[in-house]
Structures are given as C-alpha cells and as structure tokens.
Design a protein around this ligand. Structure first.
Ligand SMILES: Cc1cc2nc3c(=O)[nH]c(=O)nc-3n(C[C@H](O)[C@H](O)[C@H](O)COP(=O)(O)O)c2cc1C
Length: 169
C-alpha cells in the first residue's frame, strides 16, 4: 500500500516552506502520498504513516510552530517514522559539513526516536519579519544559502528508507 507522509514545517519568513515543498515534490516523485502543511495547521496525525518535520532556526531554537507541533503530537510522533530538518545557517556551512541539531531539536529527536536529522542552509532576504531580521538583511549578512540539490538528495534517502522499512514491516 502507498505510504502517506506528512511534511510539516514551522517558518516565519517563508524559506522553510519552500524546503518543505521541495521535499514533498521528491517524496511524491518517489511514489509516496504526501501532504505538505504548516505545522500550525495540522490537528491530527492519524492518517499519516510517517512525518518529516522541519523548522527555521531562531536564536538556537526551532521556530515556534515546529516546537509546538513536536510537543503537541509527541505521542503520535513516537509511534511513527519521523525525520527532522532544521534550516538556518546564513552561510555555506550546511552544504559543506554536517551541522548537529540545536539542543532543543536534539531533545525532540531523542524523545520521539527520530530516524534522522539534517541542517540545511537558510535564507533571509527581501521583506523580512522582525527587527533583528531587518538588521541582518540591512547589514548585508542575509542571502539565500539553501542548497536544493542537497535537499533533494536527502529527500530521496528518506523515501528509500521509508520504502525499505515498509517492505520489511
Ligand atoms: C532573529 C534571527 C535569529 C536567527 N537565529 C539563527 C540561529 O540561531 N541559527 C541559525 O542557523 N540561523 C539563524 N537565523 C537564520 C534563519 O534560521 C534563516 O533565515 C531561516 O532560513 C529562516 O527560516 P524561515 O524563513 O522559514 O523562517 C536567524 C535569523 C533571524 C532573523
């Protein structure tokens, strides 16, 4: 049977939304049934076999909707196959090396026995929300550091892991 996967995201400035959409497209191409939704819009995980949950990083923590989602759905997440991602660094570091999860994200990963976590580069540019965000952009330290090849490759790995697991279930 086709596995149904939720890709849920917590995003303030929109860049994590596009990462989630890219992951959703790849999982769909790999033959999975996929919903891509804001973490704040999901009430129930009942119909999902697996979840990919991601959040933008703000001051070393996941964006609030992703944190709340992990807290609220903790039990359901622990019963499902879950992969996590963070998006943040405003430089090329995430494309060149593994960036470990922030402490709070690591605690979530441990609590729900997540199958994996990856940090992707972030984006901050244009019309951003918040004083700090505007300061970063105005000081020339913003930009788009998302690596969509890296994101797509990771999504393919998730799809492969999911299909090998479902065959052995
Ligand atoms: C106030 C502020 C704090 C941030 N803190 C971090 C951080 O602690 N670690 C990090 O890697 N990126 C940090 N960033 C960069 C964001 O995570 C990055 O812009 C990300 O792509 C935002 O995701 P979103 O557009 O989905 O909200 C910060 C950005 C802002 C504006």
């Amino acid at each position: 049977m086709t596995e149904t996967v939720l890709v849920a995201y917590g995003s303030t400035n929109g860049s994590t939304v596009e990462i989630a959409e890219c992951i959703g497209e790849i999982l769909t191409k790999e033959g999975l049934s996929v919903d891509v939704r804001s973490a704040s819009d999901v009430a129930d995980l009942g119909r999902y076999d697996a979840v990919v949950l991601g959040g933008g990083l703000y001051a070393g923590r996941w964006q609030r909707d992703a944190r709340r989602f992990a807290r609220h759905h903790g039990k359901a997440l622990a019963e499902r196959r879950v992969w996590l991602f963070s998006s943040g660094p405003l430089d090329t570091s995430a494309s060149t090396r593994d960036i470990p999860p922030a402490p709070g994200v690591r605690r979530i990963a441990n609590r729900i026995a997540a199958r994996g976590h990856i940090t992707f580069g972030g984006r901050l540019e244009g019309d951003v929300k918040g004083r700090m965000a505007r300061m970063i952009v105005n000081s020339g330290k913003g930009g788009d550091f998302r690596d969509f090849e890296q994101i797509a490759a990771w999504a393919v790995e998730v799809a492969q892991d999911l299909s090998s697991q479902s065959q052995s279930d």
